[in-house]
Write a protein that binds this ligand. Sequence first.
Ligand code: GTP
Ligand code: SPV
Ligand code: MN
Length: 597
Amino acid sequence: MALTDNKKVTAWVDEMAALTKPDSIVWIDGSESQLEALRAEAVSTGELLKLNQEKLPGCYYRRSTVNDVARVENRTFICSKDKVNAGPTNNWMEPSEAYKLASGIFAGSMGGRVMYAVPFSMGAVGSPFAKVGIELTDSIYVVLNMAIMTRTGKAVLDMLGDSDDFVRGLHGKCELDEEKRYIMHFPEDNAIWSMNSCYGGNVLLGKKCFALRIASYQGWREDWFAEHMLILGVESPDGEVKYVAAAFPSACGKTNLAMLIPPELYQKKGYKVWTVGDDIAWIRIGEDGRLWAVNPEAGFFGVAPGTSAKSNPNALESVRKNTIFTNVVLNLDDNTVWWEGLDKNPPKNALDWKGNPWNGAESEEKGAHPNSRFTAPAVNCPCISKQWEAPEGVPLSAIIFGGRRAKTAPLVYQASDWDNGVFVGSIMASETTAAATGATGVVRRDPMAMLPFCGYNMGDYWQHWLDMGKKIKNPPKIFNVNWFRLSDSGKFIWPGFGDNFRVLEWILRRCEDKVTADETAIGYVPKADDINLEGLDYTIEGTRKFTRDTLGEILTVEKDYWLEDVKNIKEFYGKFGDKLPEKLAEQLSALESRLKA
Ligand code: GTP
Ligand code: SPV
Ligand code: MN
């Protein structure tokens, strides 16, 4: 029985069912009893494995197909009517051709299977930011992940009423055939079709597909932003909380920064960090002329490897219950999970992410896939902000961009104003990671960390940022950070993780005009004395102590590297033709002249 009599919904579900031909349709009503029955069914078919319920209550394990462990950017399409609206950084397919191709793949693909209809809300139900989607899927794994990552069930359909304003998501596992794997977005139809994958970002359609690709297009049309940003609050000893949003590319530290625990000296003074979101921010201009942000998600789909009691205790605490683990190591001795970087005691009697016997004491191979993930409810997080579901969101004091740069970018710098900040975001670059298929460690331009997620022409997206700037009376200050500068022998120079708080503190002091900075060709860089290193005990390569001089090294702006970068940016900007905002071209030539001066 359909949970709604919204004719637009029922007609669309009927149409999709006529195409995919499932044996039956089951609506997800949001009840725990229904989800529990689905977990039991998935366990009975082997789709999920129930973990040690004493140690990990409510936790499950899943291994995906070996060729299906990351987002597939080369098979992800923006199917706008006009090719120019997809722009030079997206793959494009003409919509009627895309529907035809996909219909061929979907035809009859759910025969012998159940089609689950998952109504979901991005944003707290009732929030003015909230938007509705419905995902049709033949995967229980997807249903259970969606139930953690979004608000699902009947309340969502009640919020929708008889409106036509919902995203139509169709997902089918089909045969998990790589050659027929497509992630298609139809921004003008409010539709997403995903086939032949069962990996997170490809199939949890609320996340990257809706909350970024479709929503960025909606934001362009409706004067708001959908961004690949974490949101966190910094509470100072007097109890005041200031919020920042930060855009880093995939697997570049958003979850870690969002859940950061300040160094001891700050804790003693009474500083705290509160998590609002770890991956996506929807941002609107508030009545006070500031930017207000919500996290549209309800859970964390986080990178497992590297998560430890030392690096991110809050994430570790978040995955102790009601969590789904994907492609990590399965410890056969006690039916728990493990991943590289968790601790120094890898299990000896285990299965690796491919399901092969694995002895962590002897194996040269990694046990967990580098992009193995946990799906955990946000409410599990010990430092979840009291405001994380606030319908109106939280006001932003700063926006931070950042990437993985071995050399060029300093630890932190500040843009001179909004337009220059948009420029700083537009020239972001980062080394690729395991979050997407393809080579890792290759530097590529990744504007605003949105390269794989912008649902329209990136040139229009930049213009949208510039245009919004004129409407924001009290804009946040804009910064760029780089935790990943490498020493000559290839080690991270900056300690990172909790110590990133030292940089956050500088950023917030800059927002309040409480500290001066050095003006450089690229923007305002801290004076080395103004980043607090008190209590920092960090040794690089086991020999070199981190000192004020080391800090000086990673605050330098090497003109030669930057001039190389300018060449690369010119080439990148060149792809956009007349879609490149004039202001950005001006910003680039101004940067070049400053570097040459
Ligand atoms: P997505 O979920 O893919 O969007 O990733 P993310 O941006 O949330 O990245 P996450 O916080 O999961 O970190 C990814 C990897 O970067 C992990 O292996 C972390 O250990 C590592 N990392 C995070 N923060 C830091 C840091 O400050 N310094 C260093 N050296 N590594 C970091
Ligand atoms: C990312 O790759 O940026 C992620 C994971 O957050 S996924 O949901 O797969 O996109
Ligand atoms: Mn992400």
